[in-house]
Write a protein that binds this ligand. Structure first.
Ligand code: HPA
Length: 275
């Protein structure tokens, strides 16, 4: 990935959507990507039409960018993301969100499906991410730093913007959904965690576990973008119940939660765009 590649991708997005600027962007996680296609007036651009864009390989993760009006501007929605466990370089994993930042997004919402272990969390809950733990020892900023993107040693003391968490609190309230916050722990996957790993995460203060989001958050924070995260708890994390974890359970819970997720996003997108 080079800065020029990001610029070329952002230029194609502007050209194909007819919008020079998108003020905000949303990455839709596993089982949640149907939200983009449900929007009226959304313009779809398949990832395969955007230069240098990596294309998701796993079923159920989609593979298109959508542009939709929201508030006083417009938002980009990524239906489908690529994951580190598929073998992608982290520069590819963060390519889409870095492109969104160059396309004008000063706020980016990252959503995901996650296992829940925090006190009081149950499958079906939507949880705003307050902070993260990185259990992969991987970082998208490893390698030469391009100063046009951000500093060599970025501060990480407020990756998940307090300002945007305030907007999320408002959006949850107007959607009639209980607002919760939690700490998300990134594991590489693709195997789920062991009960011992989940116990470790619990002891250090983690509430959610998943296989995405953190690399994108690190790259966006590097660029000075305000990041927000929402996890849909699709299952109890390993060892909490006797039920084995399965991808089917993850996608089924995501389907059941669609109504609440849609209500929250409908309320939140205009707030993200208008700031
Ligand atoms: N662990 C990791 N990733 C996940 C989980 C989980 O329990 N549920 C959904 N994505």
């Amino acid at each position: 990935m080079t800065y020029e590649h990001l610029q070329e991708a952002a230029a194609v997005i502007a050209q194909r959507t007819g919008r020079e600027q998108h003020q905000a962007a949303v990455v839709l996680g596993s089982g949640l990507s149907g939200y983009a296609a449900s929007l009226e007036n959304a313009i779809e651009v398949p990832y395969s039409d955007i230069p240098h864009f990596p294309e998701p390989r796993i079923v159920g993760h989609g593979g298109s960018l959508f542009s939709a009006p929201a508030g006083d501007g417009a938002v980009l929605l990524f239906a489908g993301r690529v994951h580190t466990y598929e073998g992608w370089d982290l520069s590819d994993v963060v390519f889409g969100v870095r492109t969104a930042a160059l396309a004008g997004a000063s706020t980016v919402l990252l959503t995901n499906a996650a296992g829940g272990l925090g006190e009081g969390l149950s499958p079906g809950d939507l949880v705003a991410i307050r902070d993260h733990l990185n259990y992969t020892a991987r970082n998208p900023l490893v390698g030469d730093n391009d100063d046009r993107l951000g500093p060599r040693f970025p501060d990480m003391s407020e990756v998940y913007s307090k300002r945007v968490r305030g907007l999320m609190r408002q959006a949850f309230a107007s959607a009639g959904v209980t607002y919760r916050e939690g700490v998300y722990a990134w594991f590489l996957g693709p195997s789920y965690e062991t009960p011992a790993e989940i116990e470790m995460v619990r002891r250090v203060g983690g509430d959610l576990v998943g296989m995405s989001t953190v690399p994108e958050a690190i790259a966006l924070n590097h660029m000075g973008v305000d990041v927000a995260g929402i996890s849909l708890v699709t299952n109890y994390a390993a060892g909490i119940t006797d039920t084995p974890l399965s991808h089917e359970e993850v996608t089924e819970t995501a389907t059941e939660a669609r109504g609440r997720f849609t209500a929250v996003l409908d309320a939140l997108l205009p707030l993200l765009v208008n700031g």
